[in-house]
Design a protein around this ligand. Structure first.
Ligand code: NDP
Length: 266
């Protein structure tokens, strides 16, 4: 989709909160959102790396006059990090002229993919993975929804950046598949409970990012590892900007069933 719908400002006056904004898919999402919101909108960028966030915020403010870009360095694998992110969200302007709140849960990690199911014997290591990839996603989203309660004239949109791994098992990706499946289901429950909130589980397709590179290096299952390497070598990875544009197009068109899992290739 191109042209009309993707015009600058076409998303209206929005407050967008984006995790994992410092690099990879999140960085492209930040650029796409910034271009598509109206002046007077605000973006909050979250991740751990302060320098990357500061640099990106500066770039975006220069490219998109009238859009306020804030950032907060927060490690979402800890309760303290989630609270930091919440505090930053509480300081965002939420006046009556805001038409949309868009919460995008993009941050994530592969976990230890050098192991198979039978190697996970340490419950604390598993808890640490789930704490970042599942618990923080739930708690941060809920806190933000409380900070911005529903009101007439406000559309609240929640996105979970999902994966094919939410639907399909991949050998040696036990934690990643389990975390993505759990996230999809959590957000399906949200869609059932809060029918006025628009909820999207978006699988961005295989992307040329650090996460994919890690997959190519550390995946224990040889067949999957070769498959990932083949994707990279044969130009099968999707450009983050292309997938980010597609995701924002889906949000803007607003035709999806709330809670649906939509893949880049759909
Ligand atoms: P990257 O690993 O390239 O980026 C991950 C982002 O998450 C970074 O901005 C990172 O920033 C942030 N992050 C990592 N750990 C933490 C933490 N503890 N607290 C806060 N932020 C953190 O991943 P991608 O861009 O590839 O992936 C983005 C999303 O897309 C993920 O949810 C992933 O599962 C999903 N996805 C990716 C695919 C791919 O092929 N790459 C395929 C399908 C889905 P920082 O280090 O600064 O904290």
């Amino acid at each position: 989709m191109s042209g009309h719908g993707a015009e600058p400002g076409s998303l209206g006056k929005a407050v967008c909160i984006l995790t994992g904004a410092s690099r990879g898919f999140g960085r492209s999402l930040a650029q796409e959102l910034c271009r598509r919101v109206m002046p007077g909108s605000t973006l909050l960028l979250l991740s751990r790396t302060e320098d990357a966030l500061r640099g990106l915020a500066g770039e975006l403010e220069a490219q998109c006059p009238g859009v306020s870009v804030r950032w907060e360095a927060a490690d979402l694998s800890s309760g303290e990090g989630v609270r930091r992110a919440e505090r930053a969200a509480r300081e965002l302007p939420g006046g009556h002229s805001v038409e949309k709140i868009i919460i995008i849960n993009n941050a994530g990690s592969l976990g230890d993919i050098s192991k198979f199911f039978v190697d996970f014997t340490d419950p604390e290591a598993v808890d640490r993975y789930l704490s970042f990839n599942v618990s923080s996603t739930l708690c941060l989203t809920s806190s933000i929804l409380k900070i911005f309660p529903g009101r007439p004239g406000l559309q609240r949109v929640v996105v979970n950046v999902s994966s094919l791994a939410a639907l399909q098992p991949f050998k040696s990706w036990t934690l990643y598949c389990a975390g993505k499946a759990a996230r999809d289901m959590m957000f399906r429950v949200l869609a059932e409970e809060e029918t006025e909130i628009r909820v999207l589980n978006y699988a961005p397709g295989p992307l040329d990012t650090e996460m994919h590179e890690l997959g190519r290096k550390e995946t224990a299952d040889p067949e999957l590892r070769l498959n990932l390497i083949d994707m990279k070598n044969n130009g099968k990875l999707i450009d983050c900007q292309v997938s980010a544009k597609k995701m924002v197009d889906i949000l803007q068109a607003d035709h999806y069933k709330s809670g649906a899992h939509i893949d880049f290739y759909d």
